[in-house]
Design a protein. Structure first.
Length: 439
């Protein structure tokens, strides 16, 4: 067979739907794989049930403990969403990149230290459950004629929130974050330190859901906020930043750290940066875990729109729809002038319909189309530029668009379906313009 004949052989895309594995992501097999799969399935089912108002109790007539009442109150739903995502993230992503020698046995000292850090976390959990039980019993103290969670300095409740809940929770959380760097086990194994972080994510959720069911919820952002909320928010924020570092690198963490430092040092700065009355730690973090902060529009979009489209996109990837889309693009434009470049545009538009990301498009289609473009004579920089330009359109191609579209729907109140329909014409024009640029 001549080289010319070989060049005319059809190209079939395979593995387009396979995602690259990050250097710190765990790869599970056996019962661990099924445990994580079950966790993810329950997490997805919870969102589907909560967003559709389905209730296990109504279906079965069984009143099982710890089952949420659906549909849930908005803040509680978002707290559970964050807690579940933290748990899944810590189990899947290690604190440091895996090396070639990470199949060695665990270091007993660090594993034992990580297990020891679980003890204050368990103590904080028992305290939070005790608080929840006390609140559910209706036996709340009165302050100023109001029945509320009166955890003010000098009261036994205040001391309990500090020494039986807050301090143990912070000790457990920061110890587990630090030990995650030193505890080494195989890539297919769980780390004790990460299990402790999962536990503490649950502790934060239990406490906040319990306290926000009282009138103390109205005190957030004021000097009267219960100190336990500040402790829980501090631990929750630390875990969010740690998981962000593991999944997205240090850039976002550094930016966040700059603004955190500014919050507590603004009264020392000159000019327009100066704030006359600085925030106290308790007031700031007590305000952070509300719908003006972590529980705000971003989490609202993530817990309603994005989670559903992630489930949809995962189903499409598992069904190998990406391979079909790329092969369809080859069939439609593969023999046209500038064929591989036009294939990249077609494939990126089709892949954008199911993943809504530019980076995902480059990974899925670029590994196939860029070498083909270079093979037919495109300069390597031109090939990369064509793929980048085509993949960027994935964020504006309905039905699954970038996160900005979901934020638009949340902030403006316009239904996402209307935004997606309105984006059809701009998206088509974008890809048509890129198509004719390479013609």
């Amino acid at each position: 067979m001549t080289d010319k004949t070989a060049d005319l052989e059809p190209v079939f895309a395979e593995g387009v739907d396979e995602e690259p594995i990050e250097r710190n992501r765990r790869i599970f097999e056996g019962w661990r794989f099924w445990l994580i799969a079950g966790y993810a399935a329950i997490y997805a089912a919870f969102h589907m049930a909560a967003l559709n108002g389905l209730s296990i109790s109504e279906w079965t007539g069984l009143e099982l403990p710890f089952l949420p009442n659906l549909p849930m109150e908005t803040w509680n739903f978002r707290i559970v969403h964050i807690s579940g995502a933290l748990g899944l993230g810590f189990l899947l992503f290690h604190a440091a990149d895996f090396g070639d020698d990470d199949d060695r046995p665990a270091t007993p000292v660090f594993t034992l230290a990580a297990l020891a850090s679980a003890l204050p976390g368990l103590f904080a959990l028992s305290t939070a459950i005790g608080f929840a039980s006390e609140i559910n019993s209706g036996e709340l103290p009165e302050m100023g004629g109001l029945t509320t969670w009166a955890a003010f300095p000098g009261t036994p409740l205040y001391d309990a929130e500090v020494w039986s809940f807050g301090v143990p929770l912070l000790v457990s959380t920061f110890a587990a974050i630090a030990l995650g760097w030193f505890e080494r086990r195989g890539r297919d194994r769980f780390r004790a330190s990460d299990a402790v972080l999962v536990l503490n994510a649950v502790v934060v959720a239990v406490y906040l859901i319990a306290i926000y069911s009282t009138a103390a919820r109205n005190s957030v952002g004021t000097a009267l906020v219960p100190i336990g909320i500040a402790f829980a928010a501090t631990a929750g924020s630390a875990m969010i930043l740690e998981l962000t570092r593991r999944m997205a690198g240090l850039a976002l963490v550094i930016i966040t750290a700059v603004f955190l430092i500014y919050t507590f040092t603004a009264h020392l700065l000159p000019g327009i940066l100066k704030v006359q009355t600085p925030y106290t730690w308790q007031r700031f973090f007590g305000f952070l875990y509300t719908d003006a902060g972590i529980l705000g529009p971003t989490t609202a979009v993530s817990s309603t729109y994005i989670i559903l489209f992630i489930i949809f996109a995962a189903f499409l990837q598992a069904s190998k729809v990406g391979d079909y889309f790329v092969n369809f693009a080859f069939a439609a434009a593969g023999r046209a002038r500038g064929g591989p470049a036009k294939v990249a545009i077609f494939a990126s538009g089709l892949m954008g319909m199911i993943n809504g990301t530019s980076a995902g498009n480059v990974v899925a289609t670029g590994s196939l189309t860029i070498p083909l473009m270079k093979k037919v004579g495109y300069h390597k920089k031109t090939a990369g530029a064509v793929e980048a330009a085509a993949s960027t359109g994935g964020q504006i191609m309905p039905p699954i668009m970038g996160a900005g579209a979901f934020l638009m729907a949340e902030i403006t109140g316009i239904p996402y379906t209307e935004i997606a329909i309105a984006a059809i014409i701009p998206a088509v024009l974008y890809f048509v313009s890129v198509y004719f640029m390479v013609d």
